[in-house]
Ligand binder design. Structure first.
Ligand SMILES: [Zn+2]
Length: 281
């Protein structure tokens, strides 16, 4: 366990530094990636660590994907594509806590399979939500609020589009397929035979990703705190608008910002995968 923890934190340090050098993470984001990656690999092992890497690499890729097109469409959306400490903890915090949980109960525990499914579910939700946000914003048709169906501007929290929903399904499925392939590889290496009974991970992760994203949109349309810029007459998530003027609070729960919503999104992904997964264990 100690050796695995050491390797985990060394690998996480390398990934964090690379992410920072390549502009995918701020310094705080690199520190967050170090803590999360080290805990996930150290306590969860290589398969867990590899799934985290799949999430991180694919999400960073889609943040860069057609970046120029995104800047024009949605001023609101066009924050820096660098993930900071809050964002990395919001997306990976639940995954890291589940890994620590596995470190405490150990792999022999009857809880291990459920904790593993919850872990895959948390990352499915984080991936699905990131893909939906990064690709949905490229939709040629304006999105609608998930609650009222009102057509709103691209990039608004709580807005959904056909393209974004498709992207969220693909994101969850991508984690499920990656997990299935990695488990086959691990099984072939350790026992010399396949472990095909884990096929259900693919639909399960797709479902967890979709439920997480829908929950994220629902909170974004209702209880997430929102501000208003009087100068630009636009709704924003920031206390200081990008035009430089301070904004005023217009609705939502004061502590429920974007990071808190993303954290709860991964909680929903973890719970739905663990609960629905009981049917297959
Ligand atoms: Zn403004």
């Amino acid at each position: 366990m100690l050796v695995q923890l050491l390797i985990g934190f060394i690998l996480a340090a390398i990934v964090g530094l690379l992410g920072w050098r390549l502009g995918a993470l701020t310094r705080g984001g690199a520190a967050g990636a170090f803590l999360i990656g080290g805990a996930v690999f150290g306590f969860g092992g290589p398969t867990w660590g590899a799934i985290l890497a799949v999430f991180f690499a694919s999400s960073s890729f889609f943040s860069y994907f057609r970046r120029q097109d995104k800047v024009g469409v949605a001023g609101e959306f066009a924050k820096s594509s660098r993930r900071d400490l809050g964002q990395t903890l919001a997306n990976g915090g639940v995954a890291a806590l589940l890994a620590i949980g596995v470190g405490i109960v150990t792999r022999e525990s009857p809880w291990y399979p459920t904790l593993t499914l919850a872990y895959f579910g948390a990352l499915s939700a984080a991936t699905a939500d990131t893909w939906a946000t990064e690709l949905g914003v490229l939709s040629s048709r304006p999105p609608r609020l998930i609650t009222t169906g009102e057509v709103v501007t691209t990039g608004r929290s709580g807005a959904v589009s056909f393209l974004g929903t498709l992207a969220s399904l693909a994101g969850g499925a991508f984690i499920g397929i990656s997990a299935f392939i990695l488990i086959q590889m691990a099984s072939l290496l350790s026992t010399g035979s396949w472990f095909l009974q884990d096929w259900f991970l693919i639909p399960l992760c797709t479902l967890a990703g979709l439920l997480g994203s829908l929950f994220d949109s629902l909170l974004g349309a209702t209880w997430q705190r929102m501000y208003y810029c009087n100068t630009c007459q636009t709704i924003t998530e920031q206390t200081q608008h990008e035009c430089g003027h301070p904004t005023r609070s217009i609705r939502g729960i004061s502590w429920l910002g974007n990071d808190q919503v993303n954290f709860l999104t991964t909680v929903v992904g973890a719970l739905s995968a663990a609960l629905v997964g009981l049917l297959f264990l």
